[in-house]
Write a protein that binds this ligand. Structure first.
Ligand SMILES: Nc1ncnc2c1ncn2[C@@H]1O[C@H](COP(=O)(O)OP(=O)(O)OP(=O)(O)O)[C@@H](O)[C@H]1O
Ligand SMILES: [Mg+2]
Length: 266
């Protein structure tokens, strides 16, 4: 088996002033090219885990254990370069875009900064990226402002900006949760096709187990800061080992259509 791209060992994180830790003794390996979903209810530590992978936690958190990345075939690095090697798409598409900058400028900025492109080249690259994320009429959109776009369109722009610098790792933290379920599914499909085309590693955070099962190769389940289960997506969905995973699946069956096909629990 090859070396994992990222090895998380015994990772615990406590925010300042808190008595309980946000993450407790997490062990998880992520392999290059994999699509890993991290699922769990609100407050279970998904964002804390994603941010610690990206090196985006505030300096004053108490942490123990390790997150080790093996970038570029052997070099161990504390973290991939945020923006360049690792892109992070946030939960709230409106919040991740600058309201006073044109769409074209926002997407071009990242390409300009990271790819040594002239600003003019970066703008051309931005137009191509808007096409890649399947936005209608990219030429017109280049000159639009965020408030002129729908939530789903804004999220597509945020994804275009995130992949502008051709990162090899994409972390999507609830990138679809602010959207309606049809748009969520479309964005999930878009992420899936982008990571496949580019051979990117996708770390996809969601509280929606159905979305996780449709997108991920592997699922890791967090409950109250602990990793209670991880495994191949199909195995986790069909034969969950942990009671909490079963609960998540059962809750999904109660609430959503179409239902997942499951084998009976013992
Ligand atoms: N900056 C912070 N300061 C103090 N506590 C925090 C901070 N950020 C998160 N926490 C706490 O850490 C725990 C994990 O939070 P986290 O945001 O990682 O959960 P999450 O699974 O991403 O939740 P959600 O689904 O609501 O986004 C929670 O108990 C939360 O209250
Ligand atoms: Mg979160």
């Amino acid at each position: 088996m090859s070396l994992p791209l990222c090895r998380i060992q015994n990772l615990s994180i406590t925010y300042p002033g808190q008595t309980t830790s946000a993450l407790t003794a997490i062990d998880l390996d992520i392999y290059a090219g994999e699509r890993v979903a991290i699922i769990g209810e609100s407050g279970s530590g998904k964002t804390t885990l994603a941010r610690s992978l990206a090196g985006l936690l505030p300096d004053n958190v108490k942490s123990s254990g390790s997150v080790e990345w093996t970038m570029h075939g052997g070099q161990s690095a504390a973290h991939p370069l945020a923006g360049r090697e690792l892109a992070y798409v946030f939960q709230d598409p409106a919040g991740s875009l600058n309201p006073v900058l044109k769409i074209g400028e926002q997407v071009a900025e990242s390409a300009h900064r990271h790819l040594a492109l002239s600003y003019r080249q970066a703008l051309n690259h931005a137009r191509e990226l808007l096409e890649r994320v399947q936005l209608p009429d990219p030429t017109r959109l280049m000159n639009a402002y965020p408030h002129q776009l729908s939530g789903g369109q804004k999220q597509r722009v945020a994804i275009a900006a995130a992949i502008a610098a051709q990162p090899s790792i994409l972390i999507a933290d609830e990138a679809t949760s602010a959207l309606d379920s049809v748009t969520q599914a479309a964005i999930a499909r878009l992420l899936d096709s982008l990571v496949q085309q580019e051979g990117m590693t996708l770390i996809f955070i969601t509280h929606d187990i159905a979305l996780a099962s449709s997108l991920a190769d592997r699922i890791a389940v967090l409950q109250s800061g602990r990793l209670v289960e991880q495994g191949e997506a199909e195995r986790v969905i069909t034969t969950p080992r942990d009671p909490y995973t079963r609960e998540l699946i059962a809750a999904h069956i109660d609430l959503a259509t179409p239902p997942l096909v499951l084998e009976p629990l013992q």
